[in-house]
Design a protein around this ligand. Structure first.
Ligand code: G
Ligand code: G
Ligand code: MN
Ligand code: NA
Length: 253
């Protein structure tokens, strides 16, 4: 389609950019990481969200190249924030990875290059993968990255299939509870029960927990009481351009 051709051009001509959403550690009351979220500044259509062009990139085979760009940009940005002022810098950066990227060795080479160019330690990079992709042979790509020290997070946890196999079998460091559970937790017992037991189970297995989509003080307090490790959501901060990240890192919760 036209949009695929344009996406190709967008990659080459610098129309893609990243926003970053902070991840706040509740025990420390501060930003510990940021999640990179790609956006497309289209010359005629304005800003196009990733939900509209990531599927296109996956279908057209552009996803490896796009993913490579995101990884290198995110690692370079973290290295810049850290070199300017560690106090105003996150400790790590998370990058969303599509299941398609795990089918070949492209991701492995991208990660190696992004780390060596930026000088980051593997532990400063986290890859977010949705649970579906953990299910098959692609898991071996993840094991290799994990063995190299890169952190892994299971994104949108609870929304897909075989969550418990994933939790049992894969070397994920972090479980991100899908925002669908957080959204109604105030008035729905089932959501609270699922969040509380996911936290307990993840902790039992030595993983830490991020709650996504935190929008209210009530949700934040509830997650604190449940022993959730980290929170992300509009209440804490909306995704922001790279230049705004140092200031966000000075906030305390
Ligand atoms: O930022 P926003 O809420 O519009 O993101 C929508 C979806 O796009 C999320 O599920 C997110 O994981 C995905 N996404 C954002 N950036 C990237 C990226 O760089 N690569 C991939 N594969 N998905 C991304
Ligand atoms: O699937 P993934 O978790 O990667 O999706 C991240 C997306 O969630 C981002 O595009 C971001 O804009 C969106 N998001 C982040 N915080 C909130 C929130 O508090 N509420 C809602 N509705 N969306 C959020
Ligand atoms: Mn994510
Ligand atoms: Na998510």
């Amino acid at each position: 389609t036209v949009l695929v051709t344009q996406l190709h051009e967008a990659l080459a001509s610098g129309q893609l950019f990243l926003e970053y959403q902070p991840k706040v550690c509740l025990a420390r009351g501060r930003v510990v990481g940021v999640e990179a979220l790609v956006r497309w500044r289209h010359p005629e259509q304005g800003i196009i969200p990733p939900t509209q062009f990531i599927p296109l990139a996956e279908e057209s085979g552009l996803i490896d190249e796009l993913g490579d760009w995101v990884l290198r940009r995110a690692c370079a940005d973290l290295a810049t924030w850290r070199s300017r002022s560690p106090r105003e810098a996150p400790e790590q950066v998370s990058v969303n990875v599509s299941g398609i990227q795990l089918r070949t060795e492209a991701l492995w080479h991208s990660v190696r290059r992004a780390l060596s160019e930026s000088g980051l330690n593997p532990e400063q990079l986290e890859l977010e993968v949705t649970e579906g992709v953990f299910y098959d042979a692609r898991a071996s790509s993840l094991r290799r990255l994990s063995a190299a020290g890169v952190r892994l997070a299971i994104d949108d946890y609870g929304k897909g299939y075989s969550s418990l196999f994933v939790l049992r079998d894969l070397p994920a460091n972090v479980v991100k509870i899908d925002r669908a559970f957080v959204a109604n937790a105030q008035n729905r017992f089932a959501d609270r029960a699922i969040i509380a037991s996911t936290i307990a189970l993840a902790h039992e297995l030595g993983r830490s927990v991020v709650a996504e989509g935190v929008e209210t003080q009530v949700q934040l307090q509830m997650l604190r009481n449940m022993g959730c490790d980290m929170v992300q959501g509009f209440l804490l901060a909306k995704p922001a351009i790279a230049a705004k990240v140092p200031k966000l890192c000075l906030m305390r919760w």
